[in-house]
Structure formats: structure tokens, C-alpha cells
Design a protein around this ligand. Structure first.
Ligand code: CP
Ligand code: NVA
Length: 311
């Protein structure tokens, strides 16, 4: 039984599959789950902007019969966390009031600290290091469009960032091979790569890094990208854009992939930077299904983590 989702490291392959299987059910029969979290309160702390994550959690919590508390980490209407109250004290206090905590913030240590010091389940809604909810929803989208992630190859194109890290961990947990196609100057974190490679070895899949987009795209079943400038990196935007030149997913790159290939993007997108308008709005793009699936996957995750359904 997983207690938290601080990253995909908290889930075994079987638990990952359980979340996606339940998400399929939740999507098909939402009414069957409408009272499953009745009487519960879930705190949602956001220290960074969000459209999809915040709205899908808030709507999802409502659809499961629970109450969502949308909280800002800082600012004049924010939590004391923004004025230096420790994560240890915040975790203890929130655990007295709520049944679960969803948090989007900068440092992974904040999420890990809440999980360590609190006594309720904690869900990582994005940190600088990981974005596990995105990857779980993406596995649902891949299942819908390609039948199953098993035996497929996903090529992530861009900086070795939070989304890349979570996809690299999602691969071995779902039978999927992952290639991280990134500039040599923006590799994934070494510790994540090492862990993903070890998990892949055990699962009989592969996780590799390539610095050649044209080669990496050959035969891919999913071509996936993310914004070139992540939240918190605004000061380095110019340098990042320069490093990522040549890593745009264009129609020419899509042609190298398998004919069944899907274009995926966690969004928000920047047309003509990481993806051409033609690909983003083209027939192989499933980006809005991906966005919708955040709702269903997170509802399934909450049902399991908050004890309404058995793992
Ligand atoms: N993909 C994603 O997490 O989107 P938001 O930043 O809008 O939540
Ligand atoms: N890598 C991006 C993902 C946004 C959903 C960021 O962290 O801003």
C-alpha cells in the first residue's frame, strides 16, 4: 500500500497499473465514485502557477464528494509557510485538520518533509524535480490511444526536467521504453537516471539519453515535449532557449516516428518553440486528452491514497 505520491518512486509497477486501471473505471462511470470521499477535506497548496493541476484536483475532489481547500503558499492571502513557518510545523498542523495534502512547490524537500512530518497522505502536484501526477495521467492517455504502454517507446524531447524525470520513472513501471532526447548541457539528474535505468533493467525495459533528436525519434510511438523554460527558471530563459535550439518537434521529426505515433505535451505549450503549430494542432496531437486525463487519473489516485478503494 502506497502512503503518499511524493514521486513515482512511491509506486511499484503493480500499483502504477492499479491507478491507471481505476482511472479507466472512474472515467467511464464517474457517478459510481461520487460519494467515495464524502466528509473528507483535502488541502491544496500552490506555490507556483497552475491551470490543469489546480483545476483538475479541485474539480476531482468535488466530484468525489470531498471538500477542497485551495491555498496559496505565500502572498498576503497565503499560508504562514510563505513567511517562514517550517514544513515540519505546517505538516503537523495540517494533519490535525485535513485528510490529505496536495502540494505544488519548488523544492522536492518540501513535499518529502510534509510526508515525513505529517500523518496524512501527501501528493506531489509538481516540484522542480518531479511531476508524477502528469506521468500517471499520461499512461492513461497512452493506453487510450495506443492500446497499452507495454512495449512502446516514448521519446521525451527537451530539457532533462521534472516532466522528463517522471516519465523516465513511469517507463519501467508500465513496460514502456523511454528515451530522453536533450541537449548535452541540459541532462536529466544523474540520480534519477541511475534509478530509472536500474528499474528498467529489473522490468526488462530501457531508459536511455540521446543528444540526437533525429536519431531518437526513429520509430517512436510517442513524441513528447514540455516548455523550454520551467516555472522558476525565468531568469535563465534566454540561455535555455539557445541551448534547446534544434529540439523543436516539427512535422519532419514526426515523420521519423512510427506511423501510429502520438504527439504529447503536458502543457502549457509555446507554439514554434518546443513544437511547431502544425504538430501541436495536427491529427497526431492528443494534448487535450492528456489534459482531461489529469482529472480521471488524480481521482483514481486519491481514491486509493485516501483509503476509499483498496490498492
Ligand atoms: N501540465 C500541468 O501541470 O499544467 P498546469 O501547470 O497548468 O497545472
Ligand atoms: N516543466 C514545466 C512543467 C509545467 C507543467 C514546469 O515545471 O514549469
Amino acid at each position: 500500500m502506497a502512503a503518499h505520491l511524493t514521486s513515482l518512486l512511491d509506486l511499484t509497477p503493480a500499483q502504477t497499473k492499479r491507478v491507471v486501471d481505476l482511472a479507466v473505471e472512474v472515467k467511464k462511470h464517474p457517478q459510481e465514485f461520487a460519494k467515495d470521499l464524502a466528509g473528507k477535506s483535502i488541502a491544496m497548496i500552490f506555490a507556483k502557477q497552475s491551470t490543469r493541476t489546480r483545476i483538475s484536483f479541485e474539480v476531482g475532489i468535488h466530484q468525489l464528494g470531498a471538500q477542497a481547500l485551495a491555498l496559496s503558499a505565500g502572498g498576503s492571502s497565503g499560508m504562514q509557510l510563505g513567511r517562514g513557518e517550517t514544513i515540519h510545523d505546517t505538516a503537523n498542523v495540517l494533519s490535525r485538520f485535513v485528510d490529505g495534502i496536495v502540494i505544488r512547490t519548488f523544492g522536492q524537500d518540501q513535499v518529502d518533509g510534509l510526508a515525513e512530518h505529517g500523518s496524512v497522505p501527501v501528493i506531489n502536484a509538481l516540484t522542480d524535480k518531479y511531476h508524477p501526477c502528469q506521468a500517471l495521467a499520461d499512461l492513461l492517455t497512452i493506453r487510450e490511444h495506443l492500446g497499452s504502454p507495454e512495449g512502446k517507446t516514448l521519446v521525451y524531447v527537451g530539457a532533462g526536467n521534472n516532466v522528463a524525470h517522471s516519465l523516465m520513472l513511469a517507463g519501467p513501471r508500465s513496460g514502456m521504453n523511454v528515451i530522453c532526447a536533450c541537449p548535452a548541457s541540459l541532462p536529466p539528474h544523474q540520480d534519477v537516471l541511475a534509478r530509472a535505468e536500474a528499474d528498467a533493467k529489473e522490468a526488462g525495459t530501457t531508459v536511455t539519453v540521446s543528444h540526437n533528436l533525429h536519431e531518437a525519434a526513429e520509430g517512436a510511438h510517442v513524441l513528447y515535449t514540455d516548455t523550454w523554460v520551467s516555472m522558476g527558471e525565468e531568469a535563465e530563459a534566454k540561455a535555455l532557449m539557445k541551448k534547446l535550439e534544434g529540439f523543436c518537434i516539427t512535422a519532419d521529426i514526426m515523420k521519423r516516428a512510427d506511423p501510429s505515433a502520438q504527439f504529447m505535451h503536458c502543457l502549457p505549450a509555446h507554439r514554434e518553440e518546443e513544437v511547431s503549430t502544425e504538430v501541436m494542432d495536427g491529427p497526431q496531437s492528443v494534448v487535450f486528452d492528456q489534459a482531461e486525463n489529469r482529472l480521471h487519473a488524480q481521482k483514481a489516485l486519491m481514491l486509493l491514497l485516501f483509503g476509499a478503494r483498496a490498492w
